[in-house]
Write a protein that binds this ligand. Structure first.
Ligand SMILES: Nc1ncnc2c1ncn2[C@@H]1O[C@H](COP(=O)(O)OP(=O)(O)OP(=O)(O)O)[C@@H](O)[C@H]1O
Ligand SMILES: [Mg+2]
Length: 368
């Protein structure tokens, strides 16, 4: 892949430079030959990088964190399916990155300069969803005072994302099936036959197989949609992404909150890496935003992270690294207070100090 080979070549180049010693003339000559080869390779890779859409991953606009082999496979899949006009069905747990993946496919596709429109099927009552999708003619229903163009029309040759497709009403499911079969539709209350040119991407975190079995979702629509089914795996199944994604969110969120050069402390990294992230990347992003807001030091500390994450990450995060005695004391006090639900006498007993000392230390560490 262009991006990866560029990165690897860059690393090789830097390593080669770093490996050069001043008195190493023979070695230097050998190295310089391999260096110039690497440089050519690097230039070629950088050129293809610039001229391809991969540069998007590196921009603020659409970073795609893919340190884990699972995410790299997804990236390769996005690259493969992007040029095709085929409908996609993307499933995955809440917050796992379905929207983000749909956007990635759009950006990698020849449709990238055409509209990218999204419709949330859970947010509107059935007739309004249909009107949003197909548009309506004047007088099609009470309140339809003017003709309105729907997303299928406005999407042009772009991409239309149907978010939480399982929430579509049976009527809308029937109409959508026709769109997928015949690539045509009419505005509500209209007779003019319109052609759809946009690509459709359906998203869901519902098990559509089960919805079909329960009679909530049309089987024929399910088959039509699942020509190219894609599963975005939960973050706990691509753990190598946790820290790179956390760092990415920190680099985006710290400046927003005027906290320029914030970093994670080692214990905070251990907490992040040990947690199971049931809310996936969205939960991670929220946790980092909270930490940025709460942190007062130049590093994010475990206590800046939400309590439930620290508690669940528990023991794994407490494997002792190199920390000051003061930090250890602060953590021990915070955890004991939390465990006893802030019962001062009990906490003092457990910690083996007097009530008065505990109160003093609590004040010193700002744990009021
Ligand atoms: N690979 C990735 N690289 C960088 N950021 C990502 C990646 N995947 C997801 N994100 C970010 O994580 C957050 C959640 O992703 P997204 O909204 O796509 O999840 P979702 O699966 O659509 O969630 P929901 O089911 O709740 O709608 C967003 O802020 C998104 O930008
Ligand atoms: Mg979403």
């Amino acid at each position: 892949m262009a991006l990866q080979s560029a990165k690897y070549n860059l690393t090789a180049l830097i390593q080669t430079y770093q490996g050069l010693g001043e008195g190493d003339s023979f070695c230097c000559e050998q190295q310089s030959r391999s260096l110039s080869l690497s440089a050519i390779e690097l230039n070629t890779a950088l050129f293809s990088l610039r001229s391809s859409r991969y540069n998007l991953f590196m921009s603020e606009r659409l970073p795609w964190i893919a340190a884990d082999p699972g995410s790299q496979r997804l990236l390769a899949l996005a690259e493969k399916v992007a040029p095709a006009p085929t409908t996609l069905l993307i499933t995955g747990e809440s917050g796992s990155g379905k929207d983000h993946f749909a956007r990635l496919v759009h950006e990698l596709s020849p449709r990238r300069d055409a509209p990218f429109l999204k419709i949330d099927c859970t947010s509107l009552p059935p007739h309004l969803i249909e009107s949003e999708l197909f548009g309506h003619e004047r007088g099609a229903f009470t309140g339809a005072v003017d003709r309105k163009l729907g997303r299928l029309e406005l999407g042009g040759k772009g991409t239309i994302v149907l978010d939480e497709i399982a929430a579509l009403s049976p009527e809308a499911q029937g109409k959508l099936l026709r769109v997928l079969q015949e690539r045509t539709f009419e505005r509500l209350g209209g007779t003019e036959m319109l052609r759809i040119e946009a690509r459709l991407i359906a998203l869901t975190n519902t098990d559509l197989n089960a919805a079909v079995a329960a009679g909530h979702f049309r089987e024929d629509l399910f088959f039509r949609l699942s020509v190219l089914p894609i599963i975005v795996s939960p973050l706990r199944e691509r753990r190598a992404d946790i820290i790179p994604a956390a760092e990415h969110f920190l680099s985006v969120l710290a400046p927003i909150h005027n906290r320029g050069a914030l970093q994670f402390s080692e214990p905070a990294r251990r907490v992040l890496a040990a947690y199971s992230w049931p809310g996936n990347l969205r939960e991670l992003r929220n946790a980092i935003e909270r930490a940025v807001v709460f942190s007062t030091a130049s590093e994010i500390l475990p206590e800046d992270l939400p309590d439930n994450i620290r508690a669940a990450a528990g023991g794994a995060a407490l494997i002792v690294g190199l920390r000051s005695l003061e930090n250890l004391e602060r953590e021990a006090i915070a955890q004991t207070l939390e465990a006893t639900r802030y019962h001062i006498t009990k906490s003092a007993e457990i910690l083996g100090i007097s009530r008065k000392t505990l109160l003093e230390k609590r004040k010193k560490y700002g744990m009021q």
